[in-house]
Write a protein that binds this ligand. Structure first.
Ligand code: SAH
Length: 238
């Protein structure tokens, strides 16, 4: 028998079975997609969050995995949630508003003070070059570290300590964000801001605070603007 006739007699192999559906990347992901989409539509888009990159990352990031599993189904509510040690994960709108206000680009190096469970850290890290996150409480620092690892983010550098001092060894930063309120102009943080940089933090007292956006011009002139009334926990040592 010639090679040709052997081939003619060959039976075509049956088609391969279709691939099984890809496993969702995180547990409960499918159930949470709808909640997350609703959060973006009803809490963010309706309140002047228009930055597409910010909306996109908050639509994708599994916020429920940053909080205690027992509270997972509340993670997309329009409110802060406890994360232990008397602290809270910020309301989704506040995370979006602060992130949008910083006008971030892929080139930014961002210092984040009061990183808690790491959710805002992960939002920032998805938008910029690198994030330097400082958390005072050891228990929350460990939680934040575990959560960032779980997300597989490689551009986050985390430190446990007093962030009111900034992170002078790694300064200057093109943006600085603080998630706890202070009562006076944060001179040390302004010193660690690069020319052209933005610093956003709550300033005020226990009952009344404003989110204040400082800008440093290319010639190192500082201007500031109150952009939203807010209520945060105190910055220890700030
Ligand atoms: N953005 C975080 C946490 C917000 S709560 C999240 O969404 O999970 C504010 C955080 O600031 C708390 O974790 C608190 O421990 C931290 N904090 C307060 N004072 C601090 C300080 N001086 N330095 C660093 N972190 C501080």
């Amino acid at each position: 028998m010639s090679a040709n006739s052997r081939l003619r007699g060959t039976i075509e192999p049956p088609p391969l079975p279709p691939l099984p559906p890809l496993a969702p990347p995180f547990p409960f992901e499918r159930e949470m997609v709808t909640s997350r989409e609703r959060m973006v539509e009803t809490q963010l888009k309706t309140r002047d969050i228009v930055d597409k990159a910010v909306l996109d990352v908050m639509r994708r990031l599994p916020r429920h995995l940053f909080v205690d599993q027992a509270m997972g189904d509340q993670a997309y509510g329009d409110n802060p949630l406890p994360i232990g040690y008397g602290q809270t994960i910020s309301q989704p709108f506040i995370v979006a508003f602060m992130t949008q206000a910083l006008e971030l680009t892929k080139k930014d190096r961002v210092l984040e003070i009061g990183s808690g469970c790491g959710y805002h850290t992960a939002v920032l890290a998805s938008l910029v070059d690198s994030v330097y996150a400082v958390e005072l409480l050891p228990g929350l620092f460990e939680l934040g570290r575990a959560n960032i690892k779980k997300m597989g983010l490689k551009n986050v550098y985390q430190k446990q300590g007093d962030g009111s001092l900034g992170w002078p060894e790694l300064a200057p930063f093109s943006a600085i964000i603080v998630a706890a309120y202070g009562s006076r102009t944060p001179r040390r943080l302004l010193e660690q801001l690069a020319p052209g940089g933005r610093l956003l933090l709550p300033l005020g007292h226990a009952q009344v605070q404003d989110l204040v956006l400082f800008r440093k011009s290319e010639s190192n002139q500082i201007t500031s603007q109150n952009i939203l009334g807010c209520r945060f926990v105190p910055l220890v040592g700030g």
